[in-house]
Design a protein around this ligand. Structure first.
Ligand SMILES: Cc1cc2nc3c(=O)[nH]c(=O)nc-3n(C[C@H](O)[C@H](O)[C@H](O)COP(=O)(O)OP(=O)(O)OC[C@H]3O[C@@H](n4cnc5c(N)ncnc54)[C@H](O)[C@@H]3O)c2cc1C
Length: 302
């Protein structure tokens, strides 16, 4: 089957930040075979899931992009769930709830895909992807072969997995959940949703979740709040008034607006507490000279 492809495709419509220029070509595989064929044929494509943890350049991406959102098949056998990388995690959390399986309650609160969630080892409310992960199929970009990786081979850590090293692309993943009562699972999910209500912006105010990772034994939100960055603005971007570790796109913000605002937040914390915060959001695409310098500083390259 020939994969759907769109040329000069604007990515802004997919990103939770509502920021992002055009990719030269965007591919939309609907299954593992189509995806692996593309990964074999294309030259170093950018892989995107649900675009909720990325800042895509307003100048776009000078190359091919594969969006996995149409890879949304999954299978439940007893207490294991195997899901393709494009499956949306809140939907999978509801499926697990319907089958009285516990372990995905935390996924109800954020708009990621399985690929992005495994890549980030997404976590919240004392649960993480790595808690239930059993194994995955991944495309090895060095050998161009499909391999299986087990939990040990994934090198999971706080918002870390081997996928971030760039060699492997996740195709699908298998999780082992724990049987529990539907009432308990529903109550935990409800609590998780309630918790987020005042503590993070809803997606109707475009954002990309936490901007910086928590430093060891501390909270980026606490440091940023004490540094007084809430409400700071840059162009159309603003530090959210409800929580200092979120940036919201108030009015047609660009990737430069967000990068500059992040840099101000980074500098405030560095100057006041000599702590260098590390971005959690990933910049993807063409960097202007200014953006290059801002991100080099925040990624501690200079
Ligand atoms: C309102 C809000 C709340 C959030 N809350 C949380 C939270 O509580 N906890 C948390 O951990 N995160 C949170 N996030 C961040 C984000 O939703 C998660 O990190 C999510 O798992 C990212 O998934 P994605 O599909 O959107 O990834 P994307 O943003 O599409 O991609 C993220 C990275 O993963 C890579 N990637 C995607 N798919 C694949 C694949 N198949 N193979 C290899 N690499 C891949 C991409 O190249 C990119 O580098 C939140 C975001 C928002 C907007």
């Amino acid at each position: 089957m020939v994969c759907e492809v769109k040329e000069n495709y604007e990515l802004k419509r997919h990103t939770s930040f509502k920021i992002g220029g055009c990719a030269k070509r965007a591919f939309f595989p609907t299954g593992v075979e189509e995806f692996t064929n593309l990964l074999t044929e294309l030259d170093n494509p950018v892989i995107l899931g649900n675009c909720s943890n990325v800042l895509i350049s307003s100048q776009g991406i000078d190359g091919d992009v594969i969006l996995t959102t149409k890879m949304n098949a999954f299978e439940v056998v007893n207490n294991t769930i195997t899901a393709q990388c494009g499956v949306k995690v809140p939907m999978l959390a509801r499926e697990a709830e319907n089958r009285c399986l516990s372990g995905f309650e935390f996924m109800i609160g954020f708009p990621g895909s399985i690929g992005g969630a495994v890549y980030m080892n997404a976590s919240a409310h004392s649960q993480a992807v790595s808690d239930t992960f059993k194994l995955c199929r991944a495309f090895d970009t060095e050998t161009k072969k499909v391999v299986e990786l087990n939990k040990d081979e994934m090198h999971f850590g706080y918002r870390k997995s081997i996928l971030q090293e760039g060699r492997y692309i996740l195709l699908d993943a298998k999780f082992e959940l724990t049987p529990a009562s539907a009432e308990e699972i529903t109550a935990v999910m409800q609590r998780n949703l309630e918790f987020r209500k005042d503590r993070q912006p809803s997606l109707s105010t475009p954002n990309a979740g936490s901007i910086f990772r928590n430093p060891a034994n501390d909270s980026a939100g606490r440091l940023l709040e004490k540094a007084g960055v809430k409400g700071l603005k840059q162009g159309g971007a603003q530090v959210w008034l409800g929580h200092a570790n979120f940036i919201v796109n108030m009015e047609d913000a660009t990737s430069t607006d967000v990068s500059m605002l992040m840099n101000k937040m980074y500098n405030e914390v560095k100057d006041k507490y000599t702590i260098k915060l590390e971005p959690e959001v990933k910049f993807i695409g063409i960097k202007s000279k200014e953006e290059d310098e801002l991100w080099d500083t925040m990624l501690n390259k200079k």
